[in-house]
Design a protein around this ligand. Structure first.
Ligand code: ACO
Length: 479
């Protein structure tokens, strides 16, 4: 039997509903582990030269968890905490997307585990599943949730994104750039923090950071290649973004792009620059990489407008270098690091509070950056400002995009209470950190398994792994 309302089907009515406005972030919460280790102490413990981790890699502390926590328990902790802190009715959620690269099951999604939080109220009508590609899955999840709300299938409810990871590396050079942490985001219309519609994306098939060994949590990494891929992908994503802004600007206002003396339009890439952003936020594998990334975007601005006074002291021979040679050029990196140093301190360092306490949180790093910014700059100052986001995941996927603070974000910052929570983490010995990681390594994928980590290292009300049965079924309880 056809479902009709007068001559129009209900499906047409649904499709023609007014589109939601100002879709963006309504609420946010972070999960930070209870324990972290000092990178300064780790330099001594690992026997590397003083300053290698703290100055060379720009690291301060690194969070970690032992075998009592996994990606499911962390997801349960932060999503339940988001709902509690912001008094979210679980029936008001129509979509839940997950972005993580911490894989404990090749089939069953983390999302399905999170459905336990909606069981009591009987809400099983929640779309969305897991997105995976290294540190980029979070941004794919945010895009999926946003696109659902802006689509014809939207049913009027809000979406939640969970993103987080346990970032661990095998013993050796990369171990100092690990970390852990997670973020939960409530997305919906009429938000104080609104997503802007233009994205510049670069994706390609590269092999610099991947996890082909399913018997281990550790990635396979080509360190130097991962660093140059981060930069090359950033160049391409930023250029794609600027081209789209230029195209949109032209169709919006054809006279907006100035003529050159020869009568041709100037390079369209010159339309958007870092000066159009108030607070740039970057995916942070480690502190130094963010400084280098910010410097790199300034170099991209230089390439399209070298005549600007701020570039007066830059060596003009950089303009003659073939582009591929610029990626690993230490001279370019050094010049633009120096030029952007004060700007980094004024605008970028504000988003580094989570990263400097928790280290790399993989998918959650970029959103931990955003949470740090909201916690560091007061809401009145943030109002009206534009924030740029650079998402990157090895393998590789990257997007440069922006959001606008349209409303009052003070409630988000207040309820998140992030800085106090970062401060209250326990700084423990390097021995304890190493034992924690060893427990994870020795017992990875075992079943049946009884976790050995002490539950005194779990925050009150956080979820933790109680045990794994002989059929690999995991049981979680709340502290
Ligand atoms: N004092 C001050 N600086 C020092 C010291 C010291 N005692 N010792 C070394 N440094 C500097 C080096 O000069 C170097 O500086 P530079 O980057 O400006 O050239 C920096 O510290 C790092 O030193 P390296 O010897 O290059 O360090 P390492 O060989 O350990 O490699 C790397 C660093 C590649 C980041 C490694 O930690 C790694 O593989 N990490 C994992 C992958 C990663 O995070 N990649 C980033 C992209 S995003 C991602 O894929 C997760």
């Amino acid at each position: 039997m056809a479902i009709e309302i007068a001559s129009t089907s209900v499906f047409d009515v649904q499709a023609e509903r007014p589109r939601p406005k100002d879709v963006g972030i309504l609420a946010m919460d972070m999960y930070v582990p209870k324990r972290c280790v000092s990178e300064e102490e780790l330099e001594v413990f690992d026997g590397v030269s003083k300053g290698k981790y703290t100055i060379g890699l720009g690291q301060s502390y690194m969070a970690f968890v032992d075998d009592r926590e996994d990606i499911n328990s962390i997801a349960l902790t932060v999503v339940s905490s988001l709902m509690k802190r912001f008094d979210i009715d679980p029936r008001s959620i129509g979509r839940l997307d997950v972005g993580t690269e911490t894989i404990i099951d090749k089939s069953k999604s983390v999302k399905t585990v999170l459905m336990d939080l909606f069981k009591e109220c009987g809400n099983h009508d929640i779309e969305g599943l897991d997105s995976k590609n290294a540190c980029y899955g979070s941004t794919a999840a945010v895009q999926n949730a946003t696109n659902w709300i802006e689509s014809r299938s939207w049913d009027g409810r809000n979406a939640i994104v969970f993103t987080g990871d346990i970032a661990v590396y095998a013993k050796g050079g990369a171990r100092a750039v690990g970390g852990a942490g997670a973020c939960a985001i409530l997305i919906g219309p009429n938000a104080p923090l609104v997503f802007e519609p233009i994205h510049g994306t670069y994706m390609a098939n590269t092999y610099e950071f991947y996890k082909p060994n399913l018997h281990s949590e550790y990635p396979t990494v080509d360190g130097p290649l991962s660093v140059s891929t981060y930069i090359a992908a950033m160049d391409a994503a930023y250029s794609a973004f600027r081209s789209k802004v230029a195209t949109a600007t032209k169709s919006f206002n054809p006279s907006a792009i100035p003529e050159t003396e020869a009568g041709n339009k100037v390079d369209e890439k010159s339309v958007f620059s870092l000066a159009d952003v108030d607070y740039p936020v970057y995916h942070s594998p480690y502190g130094k990489q963010v400084q280098k990334g910010h410097a790199r975007l300034l170099f991209m601005d230089y390439l399209s407008a070298p005549h600007k006074p701020k570039f007066a002291n830059i060596d003009p021979s950089f303009l003659d270098l073939p582009y591929p040679q610029t990626i690993n050029s230490k001279e370019i990196e050094k010049s633009f690091m120096a030029l952007s140093k004060a700007d980094y301190a004024a605008r970028v360092s504000l988003s580094m509070r989570c990263a400097s306490r928790c280290g790399n949180m993989y998918t959650a790093s970029l959103y931990g950056g955003l949470a740090s910014l909201l916690s560091t700059v007061d809401a009145a100052t943030l109002k009206g400002k534009r924030i740029s986001m650079y998402a990157f995941g090895g393998g590789c996927a990257s997007t440069f995009w922006t959001m606008r603070v349209k409303g009052d974000v003070s409630e988000i910052a207040k309820k998140m209470d992030l800085l106090k929570r970062l401060e209250s983490m326990d700084v423990v010995s390097c021995e304890e950190y190493t034992e924690g990681l060893q427990l994870r390594e020795d017992n990875h994928n075992l079943a049946p398994y009884q976790p050995q980590g002490d539950i005194k290292n779990i925050w009150p009300r956080a979820f933790y792994l109680d045990g794994i049965g002989s059929m690999f079924r995991r049981k979680y309880v709340q502290a």
